[in-house]
Design a protein around this ligand. Structure first.
Ligand code: ADP
Length: 358
């Protein structure tokens, strides 16, 4: 039998272990869920803040070594991992029901931003998370097509705390993913002329009236460029972070640098850069170099691959994650890296939203 004091001592030892990814102590990060001592055997339960954590083995070994140094009498250490997605402002995003909001942007159109946003959504879903996708690319909404979905969204009535009846929009559902598009509500020709305050107003209303169902992640496909939508979103929502998509060529990289500068200016954390369409046609490695130069994480490369275009066209992005898909591994690697960067941001805390839900 173990005494309570020896269990407390063990807890302290494990709580003091520094996580290799988040670079702070497990106790401080609240990742240590439980320590059990049964005779001379110890079981440690770790609760990770996001899926795809890349250093489980290293963390397990570090915990084992720390315990065995402090307590040479312990004969075995088992470390178990579970995942509960954390949000940046746990509980603070009143009414929106979303733990993390991630925007996907690019310096210019045609680099595969919407494709990456859709693939990221399916990848996080594949990891077991609850995910929504918002198409805010008002100038060329392609997400509904890529998911094989079309509007209009459902409408329900809700009572506000003041007793007023309001109408709320319910996202469409496709492959277990909640989906909304500005394009469901306005014609493309109409949205194209939106600028500044008009766009701000439309987007604000759209966000306020949409009812997401408890999401771990909401992915937002931004319009390309350095624009008004990003500004509005960052003011209203308190984004967890932004992903920048670029192709490997030099000219494309220059545009991506502008997007990085914009997110920095808006104080939106940059989760990193994804290189898309890597291969013989456009080359490879350019985005990685650029990411290093600008001190943002490189999130991986997605090859130029016919299946990616075909499945996007067919509204079957989910197929890219099937076992025989050539795109599966590179896509999963990118999603794992993004999930990890989101975890880092979520553990930093802070950054509340300002949007009032109607
Ligand atoms: P953006 O949102 O940046 O304008 P899209 O996601 O609409 O770009 O992609 C533009 C076109 O390129 C689409 O036809 C898409 O299917 C295709 N595409 C995107 N990424 C890839 C890839 N890695 N391999 C092959 N085709 C791709």
């Amino acid at each position: 039998m173990s005494s309570p004091s020896s269990l407390a001592e063990l807890r302290n030892v494990v709580a003091g272990v520094v996580d290799p990814i988040y670079e702070r102590r497990l106790g401080e990060l609240r990742l240590l869920k439980d320590v059990l001592l049964d005779g001379d055997r110890v079981t440690v339960a770790i609760e990770l803040p996001s899926p795809g954590y890349p250093k489980q083995d290293e963390l397990r070994e570090t915990i084992r070594a720390a315990i065995q140094t402090a307590r040479p009498d312990v004969s075995s250490v088992e470390v178990t991992f579970t995942t509960v997605v954390r949000g940046k402002d746990a509980g603070g995003r009143v009414g929106l029901n979303v733990k993390n909001i991630i925007s996907v942007g690019s310096g210019k159109g045609g680099v595969g931003k919407s494709t990456v946003a859709a693939c990221l959504t399916y990848g996080l879903k594949h990891f077991g998370a609850k995910v929504g996708l918002l198409d805010a690319d008002v100038y060329g909404p392609s997400i509904p097509h890529m998911l094989g979905a079309s509007g209009p969204p459902g409408v329900i009535e809700r009572k506000t705390p003041e007793g007023q009846v309001v109408q709320r929009m319910v996202p469409l559902e496709r492959d277990g993913i909640q989906l909304m598009s500005m394009g469901f509500l306005v014609k493309e020709e109409q949205a194209v002329i939106w600028r500044g305050p008009m766009l701000h107003k439309a987007l604000q209303q759209f966000l306020q009236q949409t009812e997401w169902d408890n999401l771990d992640y909401l992915i937002i496909d931004l319009p390309p460029g350095t624009g008004d939508v990003s500004l509005t979103l960052s003011q209203l929502l308190g984004l967890t972070g932004a992903v920048v998509v670029c192709t490997p060529q030099k000219v494309a990289r220059l545009d991506a640098v502008k997007a990085i500068a914009m997110f920095r200016q808006l104080n939106i954390p940059i989760l990193g850069v994804v290189e898309n369409m890597t291969g013989e046609v456009f080359g490879s490695g350019g985005a990685k170099e650029m990411a290093e130069q600008h001190k943002v994480p490189f999130l991986g490369a997605i090859p130029i691959e016919m299946q990616i275009r075909v499945k996007g066209d067919e509204g079957r992005i989910a197929d890219l994650y099937s076992d025989d898909s050539p795109a599966r591994e590179p896509l999963l690697a990118v999603c794992r890296n993004i999930a990890t960067e989101i975890g880092k941001e979520a553990l930093k805390g802070g950054g509340g939203p300002t949007l009032q839900i109607l």
